[in-house]
Every structure is written in structure tokens, then in C-alpha cells.
Ligand binder design. Structure first.
Ligand code: GDG
Length: 497
């Protein structure tokens, strides 16, 4: 048996580890600890679980292997063409911009779509191979939207959940997609489809009724798709009927972070950082993948205008971490060059020798370093044009247990729904970003109690709604939905933890 007896399978575009080659050519696995990995690991471990995904290197076919905790990692091989057409093409140059409200224009190419179908089939076949009879499968994100439908046909015995980590667009935008019926049918192969926000779920429900051939009726648009977020969230309150007559649950499950594993920085590390930055009066921080959705350039322009107007303390530093991302895609290259041009321009104008006003890192930093940055930052700038949730905002709130600091947050980040106490702004409105930064900076000086009350509330929100609650509520809802559809009672996948 070995590979085929897994009762719980997570399938995602990437494995939770990245493969590297040692000098002698042997494969080495570098763990990529993230919220998703820490949330799902205990569930995987207690269920002879398995994670199916791409190992992060083109054309590599490493053997499946077990982690120390007995989780089977099952690699799916992607060729150079798969990577170009499925990953860079359809996933990141068609779906990503379409689902982020056309911040750049999505490209529609039939050969990309063909690759998307083929690679989704490849992932589904891998899952069908490793999943035990009656197993629970949790499919992750926009790269794999056809997997639930394909799996349902291959393996009707499975319980299938799907979660979308990015926004789901309004029906008018989604309907531009030439392959909209196929994508809807793919998603409707699941027992439950989860989104971050009620708005996303509502968009999906409207579409399910509109797109011909994809669904029958849905049970109406309830006033709320999510209970108020108390500990046992039961998020499914709407159902759509799939073409095969099954009832599919649709709900909102806002993702969060693993608060317990956020590194606590040494106070000395924070002092050293402040010193290295020239002991500024005010530290602003941005942490993003270098993606055009994240609004880094607008944020820099707002900062530049505030400096020009003398609206910030004289010794202010803006530290921006921009993690390299999707660098072969044209829009990403263009975003990077514009951001770097702005950094140069601002430092050229306002910096002094040895004291730049923007400190810019175009690389990934260790988690512990990031924790020091979060702790040191007086104001965190999270200003995406559109974001499914935004974990950086939650990590910053988690890093300020005493209520220090301030968060400037885009209205268009999913996190804004959970953090109404942030200094919210419209990232398309430069004046609004400036106002929010200015107000946060002013409150920190002149109304510290108010600033502290805001941050304390956000910190509590994250503590009470961590990633374990997210995973638990999704998997409990999935087990219930499946039990309801088959008339059987099945144990929630999260119960054994
Ligand atoms: C997608 C959706 C949704 C960043 N730089 C470094 C680093 N990071 C880590 C952060 C955070 C993560 O990357 C970024 O997560 P976000 O949520 O902010 O953004 P996306 O990557 O776009 O994620 C998003 C998310 O999925 C989850 O559903 O919230 O809306 O777009 O954890 O800390 N980590 C380290 N070094 C870095 O330099 N170690």
C-alpha cells in the first residue's frame, strides 16, 4: 500500500518544502514554514496525511518521502512548458489579474488554458493515487480550480474541500473569462467552496446562478454568510446545486496566522535595528511580495509627498522589504523598475550621506529578522489595491501585544473587514494614503491612548482568530456537508488534533 492509504490529503501548487540540490547532486529539502503549513501539519500528522504539490524546481521528479512526523510529501513534476503556460501564464497572467479586479489587463490565450487543464489533471491524478477510500481532500487556491471537478469524476468516494486564497471577483469581471463555465464546473466538484470574505462568496453565488450550465439554483443570498466569528465558526450558510444535483456549500472563512509561532524578538535586536537606522523618530515599514497588487509604488509616492510637505518628523525612515516574485512576468519586471526608480529618486532628493530616507531590500529575510522589523516599526504600511486577506497586517498586529505601533491599511485588503480600527485608506487616492499616514503619526505623538486602544483591539482579534480556528472551522464544515449529502456521519478531520 504505502503511498495510497492517506485519509487526509492537502493539494496545493507548492509543497510545504522547497527542493534544493546539494553539491553532490543529492536532493535537499528546505522547510518553508508558513501559516498554512503550521495549521495543516497537525491534521496531516493525525490522519496519515499527505501533501501533494510541486517541489519548486522545473523538471525535477524527486521520489515521494515521509517527514519526521510521518507526513507523506508527494511531488508533482512540472516541465518548463508547464511552468511557463500553466504557472506564469494562465495562473499568474490570466487568473491573478482577473481576480484582482484588472489592476493590470489579464491575457487570455488558448494554449495557456490547455496547459492549465493538463496540469490540473496531473495534480488530480496524483491525489487520486495517494488518497485512501473515503479520504478527505483539501484543494488550495486559484492554480487548482479544476481539481475538485476532475477528482469528483475519478473518485466519487472522496470528500472534497476547496479554498480560494485570493479574492473572487464580481460576476461582471469573472464573465470575461472565455472558460468561465469550465472553471465554475471545476469548483462545483467540491463539497464546500471557501473564500476569505462574505463578498467573495456572494460573488460566487451570483455567478453560480448566472453562468449557464454550471449550476442550478442556489438557496438565496442570506444576510450573512458567516456567524459572528465566535470560537466555533460554522461558516456555511448557503448552498448551490451542482450540475450533477449535489448540494455544494459556500462560505466565508477568513484565514489568519499561527500566533503561537510568531517569533518574539529580543529587545536588544530592536534597539540595534533602530540604531542601525540612525535612531529615527519614526520608522515606517512595508513588507510585501513585489507584486503590482500590493501598491508599493503608491505608498512610496505618498511618503515622498509627505516628506516634500515637511509633514513627518525630520528623522523618519521608511523600511521596505520587497520579496522577489514572478520575476519573468513583464508586469512584475515593470513594477520592480518603477519601485526602484522611486526609491532612488526619493533618496536622491531627501537622503543625506549615510542616511537614506528609504531603506529598500529586494530579497527575502529570515522570519526572526522580520519579527524584529515588525516590533521596531512605529507605523506599518499595508496598502494593496486588492488583497484576499493580507497576512502581513495580521503579523504586525500579533507583534504588538502591548498596543504599541499603528497600522495603515487599505480598504481593499480582506484584513480591513477584521481590522476596522486600523487607519484605513483608499490606496487609489494618494491624498487618502497621506492622510492616514499623517493621522497615525500624529496620534502616536498626541493621542497615544487612542492609538494604543486601536492596536490592542487588533492584537486581540488575531489572538482569538488564529489559523487553527480557520482550519478547524473549514474542516468541520466540510465533514458536516459531506455527512449531510451522504446521510452518513463522519468525523471532522480536525477532531483528532
Ligand atoms: C496570498 C493572498 C492571503 C513576506 N516577505 C517575507 C516573508 N513574507 C511572508 C509574510 C506573510 C507572507 O509572506 C505574505 O502573505 P500575504 O497574505 O501578505 O500575501 P500573499 O503572498 O499575496 O498571499 C493573500 C494569503 O495568500 C493567505 O491566504 O492573505 O491575500 O494574496 O506571511 O510574513 N517571510 C519571510 N521573509 C520575507 O522576506 N520569512
Amino acid at each position: 500500500m504505502g503511498e495510497s492509504n492517506n485519509n487526509f490529503v492537502v493539494v496545493a501548487n507548492r509543497l510545504p518544502v522547497d527542493m534544493q540540490r546539494a553539491e553532490d547532486g543529492s536532493p535537499r529539502w528546505v522547510p518553508s514554514p508558513g501559516g498554512l503549513v503550521s495549521a495543516l501539519s497537525p491534521v496531516l500528522e493525525s490522519h496519515e496525511g499527505c501533501w501533494v504539490g510541486w517541489p519548486g524546481v522545473i523538471d525535477e521528479s524527486p521520489e515521494p518521502f515521509r517527514t519526521e512526523a510521518d507526513v507523506l510529501l508527494y511531488p508533482v513534476t512540472l516541465s518548463a512548458e508547464d511552468y511557463r503556460d500553466f504557472y506564469e501564464g494562465f495562473s499568474n497572467a490570466t487568473l491573478w489579474p482577473l481576480y484582482h479586479d484588472l489592476i493590470v489587463t489579464p491575457e487570455f490565450h488558448r494554449e495557456w488554458w490547455a496547459a492549465y487543464r493538463e496540469v490540473n489533471l496531473k495534480f488530480a491524478q496524483a491525489v487520486a493515487h495517494v488518497a485512501a477510500e473515503g479520504a478527505t481532500v483539501w484543494v488550495q487556491d486559484y492554480q487548482l480550480q479544476l481539481v475538485p471537478g476532475i477528482l469528483r469524476q475519478m473518485r466519487p468516494d472522496l470528500t472534497i474541500g476547496f479554498f480560494l486564497h485570493i479574492p473572487f471577483p464580481s460576476p461582471d469581471l469573472f464573465r470575461q473569462l472565455p472558460w468561465r463555465e469550465e472553471v465554475m464546473r471545476g469548483l462545483l466538484g467540491a463539497d464546500i467552496i471557501g473564500f476569505h470574505l462574505e463578498d467573495n462568496a456572494r460573488n460566487f453565488l451570483t455567478l453560480a446562478a448566472q453562468v449557464s450550465g454550471s449550476a442550478g439554483t442556489h438557496t438565496g443570498l442570506p444576510d450573512t454568510l458567516r456567524t459572528s466569528g465566535e470560537v466555533s465558526t460554522r461558516a456555511i450558510t448557503a448552498h448551490v446545486t451542482a450540475p450533477d444535483g449535489r448540494e455544494v456549500g459556500v462560505g466565508a472563512f477568513p484565514i489568519s496566522i499561527d500566533v503561537a509561532s510568531v517569533p518574539r524578538p529580543e529587545p536588544q535586536a530592536v534597539t540595534t535595528l533602530r540604531h542601525d537606522l540612525g535612531d529615527p523618530d519614526l520608522i515606517l515599514l512595508g513588507v510585501d511580495r513585489l507584486d503590482y497588487t500590493k501598491g508599493i509604488l503608491q505608498r512610496l509616492r505618498a511618503y515622498e509627498e509627505l516628506l516634500a510637505g515637511g509633514a513627518l518628523p525630520p528623522k523618519t525612515v521608511f523600511l521596505q522589504i520587497a520579496t522577489p516574485s514572478r520575476e519573468r512576468i513583464e508586469h512584475y519586471r515593470r513594477t520592480r523598475s518603477r519601485v526602484e526608480e522611486a526609491v532612488g529618486r526619493i533618496n536622491g532628493q531627501y537622503g543625506t550621506p549615510g542616511r537614506p530616507v528609504v531603506e529598500y531590500l529586494h530579497r527575502s529575510v529570515p522570519k526572526s529578522t522580520l519579527a524584529t522589523y515588525y516590533a521596531a516599526a512605529d507605523i506599518m504600511l499595508v496598502t494593496p489595491f486588492k488583497d484576499g486577506m493580507n497576512l502581513v497586517a495580521k503579523e504586525y498586529a500579533a507583534a504588538h501585544p502591548s498596543g504599541s505601533g499603528a497600522l495603515v491599511l487599505s480598504e481593499f485588503a480582506g484584513a480591513a473587514e477584521e481590522f476596522p480600527e486600523a487607519y484605513l485608506c483608499n490606496p487609489f487616492d494618494l491624498e487618502a494614503i497621506k492622510r492616514s499616514i499623517h493621522r497615525a503619526a500624529t496620534d502616536l505623538r498626541t493621542a497615544p491612548d487612542d492609538a494604543r486602544a486601536r492596536m490592542t483591539t487588533m492584537h486581540r482579534q488575531v489572538q482569538e482568530h488564529d489559523v487553527n480556528l480557520w482550519a478547524q472551522s473549514f474542516l468541520d464544515s466540510l465533514a458536516e456537508a459531506h455527512a449531510a449529502s451522504t446521510g452518513s456521519s463522519s468525523r471532522p478531520a480536525s477532531e483528532a488534533r
